[in-house]
Design a protein around this ligand. Sequence first.
Ligand code: SME
Length: 285
Amino acid sequence: MADSCVRERFMKDRDLLNGIVLENADHVLKRLYSLDSAAFRDGGRLGAETKELVALAVSLALRCDDCVTYHLARCADLGVPTPQLAEAMGIASLIGGTITIPHVRRAFAAWMEMKQKSPGADFDSVLENLREVVREGGAPEGVLAAAAGLMKDSIPGYDWVGFYLCDPVTPGTLVLGPFSGAPTEHVRIGFGRGVCGRAAELGRTLVVDDVTRESEYLACSPEVKSEAVVPVFSANGTVVGELDIDSHERAAFTQADRDFLEKAAAALSPFVEAAAAALQGGGGA
Ligand code: SME
């Protein structure tokens, strides 16, 4: 859920001003913008986190507070731990000198605010309610549908919540399972395709702050601005499905959301595994 005031204010202004720039930009500016998007689109050899930490350190050394805030937000989305962030800021101030210290102060304050739990969502009680749904049990599809509805209804900014199941008949394919929200055309997604397919292939959580910057994004609705996809693992560690959240807010997912979603995915894993196994019997969307 969109969390901090610093971040919300910054992202709003940034979107507004970028809109003005792009409406009036010449070809040089347009190319510069698209080069910037392309440079961060995938992690490349460094990996997304390292790229963001490099960008953060350069921004600090050059003392651009806007750039610092932006890369801090990206680091928060990628789940960069505070000690790693502090090391990057340490190197930045070493190279940049003590004149960077006021910027480091503001950066730490913004980071702490970004890492705070969303004021709009009480993740602990949603998790407790989810565990109650799990305790009550029942048919896997029913439990997953109830869990999707509960998350959508209790967490502001969760506008589509659903499960994709790994098809045991066609390995390497995700099949749409129970969901809450608008219907989607993406009922089967191959591993490696879209955000969902990549999260399944990599076996790790992916958070996309701005889906328009994601070349591999499979659009469900023009209203969706950001997305989080969390793989669900079986007891033996294989990916059996995933939990997918779409939001109509840009940059809606923070570290607190990521922690919550990973706990929810773990709690629901036996039901995701059972629902996926049931596809063998000829089910599937
Ligand atoms: N956007 C996803 C497709 C699934 S929908 O969000 C429900 C993707 O890029 O994989």
